[in-house]
Ligand binder design. Structure first.
Ligand code: NAD
Length: 331
């Protein structure tokens, strides 16, 4: 069987996913949900989408009666993910939701509960969880190649442009760089160290309060402590270019990836030598793997379900709290 996908939100990332899916053997773009009729027409022409598989934000609950769509892939601004996921679940379709899955852990839990109640799967667009060099580092760690893990560093950021975009609007983005790009360092710390943090500290700095309004973080540094004693030091920013680096250090060796989470190719090496796994377009690989998860019940090496996303959201809630209070938080 082939996973038949409708994309909701025909913006930059939705387009990237649609293009990447053209190379998939097990996933196919068959539908769209958009508020802009002209975009729907373009997509119909470009991807051969049938009129009966086109919806808008008013009528997409009717997708319930469409037997040609298995899953809706939500690529709208962050604040919309919660309500849209719950509506799609109620329409009986599986959901793939972009990161951050929600604005906070409470919303995330409501999404997981709604999908569970509806008997549909909820997956999150954690494309790095399928990336070959990333998985090789995880495999090496699990075989003990790095020895006891001591330290992880994750640096994730870019200089954001247009001050009027939704990413800099608290109501639509839910925050700033941490929601958007810092989440890669946070999520990466968890899968690189291979443990869940037990405490964290965080500090926010802002050089441009005009551009980065109240509640929209420009730069956050955060530190995580893990049960084994390993620590992580991470930086999330909207104000520095070319910041895309992971470094993992253990008693017997190390791994470094740079770039570590960009669209690729990912580059890296360990104390054993360069990482040579071939590059596959991340979104193509992700959709092939997600077809296996949804249709065949495959279990991914690193989880990509709603509960995995809640772990990140709980930590994001705690990082924002730590920035406000200056306190070390037990998580
Ligand atoms: P974008 O602005 O390019 O696209 C967003 C789309 O949502 C637009 O087509 C817009 O018209 C539509 N939209 C629907 N309702 C809207 C509303 N009420 N207000 C504003 N826009 C509305 O943004 P994007 O870069 O495609 O990001 C979309 C989502 O994808 C975000 O959650 C983002 O974090 C995620 N994303 C993930 C990755 C990744 O690598 N996994 C990369 C980029 C973006």
């Amino acid at each position: 069987r082939i996973l038949r996908v409708a994309i909701m939100g025909l913006g930059g990332y939705g387009t990237r996913v649609a293009d990447a899916m053209q190379a998939c053997k097990r996933a196919k773009l068959v539908g769209v949900i958009s508020g802009t009729p002209a975009k729907i027409k373009n997509w119909q022409n470009k991807y051969g989408i049938l009129e009966k598989n086109c919806y808008n934000y008013e009528n997409f609950d009717q997708i319930k009666n469409n037997n040609d769509i298995d899953v809706v892939y939500i690529t709208t601004p962050n604040a919309l993910h919660h309500d849209e996921t719950i509506r799609v679940a109620k329409a009986g379709k599986h959901v793939i939701c972009e990161k951050p899955m929600a604005l906070n852990a409470r919303e995330g839990q409501e999404m997981v509960d709604a999908c569970q109640a509806a008997g549909v799967k909820l997956l999150v667009g954690y494309r790095m969880h399928f990336e070959a060099k990333t998985l090789e580092v995880v495999r090496l760690r699990e075989t003990g190649a790095f020895g006891k893990i001591m330290f992880f560093q994750g640096l994730c950021g870019f200089r954001i442009g247009d001050p009027n975009q939704w990413r800099l609007n608290k109501a639509l983005a839910g925050g700033g760089s941490l929601m958007d790009i810092g989440i890669y360092a946070l999520n990466g710390a968890r899968y690189m160290v291979g443990e869940e943090p037990v405490w964290l500290t965080a500090q926010e700095t802002k050089t441009d309060p005009q551009k980065f309004k109240e509640g929209v973080d420009e730069t956050i540094q955060f530190q995580l402590g893990f049960p084994s004693g390993a620590v992580a030091s991470c930086l999330s920013t909207y104000n520095m270019n070319n910041l895309d680096r992971f470094f993992l250090n253990g008693e017997k060796g190390f791994a470094e990836l740079q770039p570590s989470t960009g669209y690729g190719p990912i580059e890296g090496r360990t104390h054993l030598g360069p990482l040579t796994q071939p590059h596959t377009t991340h979104q193509t690989k992700q959709m092939e793997e997600m077809a296996g998860i949804i249709l065949d019940g495959h279990k991914p090496i690193i989880a990509v379900d709603g509960n995995e996303a809640i772990k990140d959201l709980k930590l994001i809630d705690a990082i924002y709290k730590a920035c406000k209070t200056g306190q070390k938080i037990d998580v």
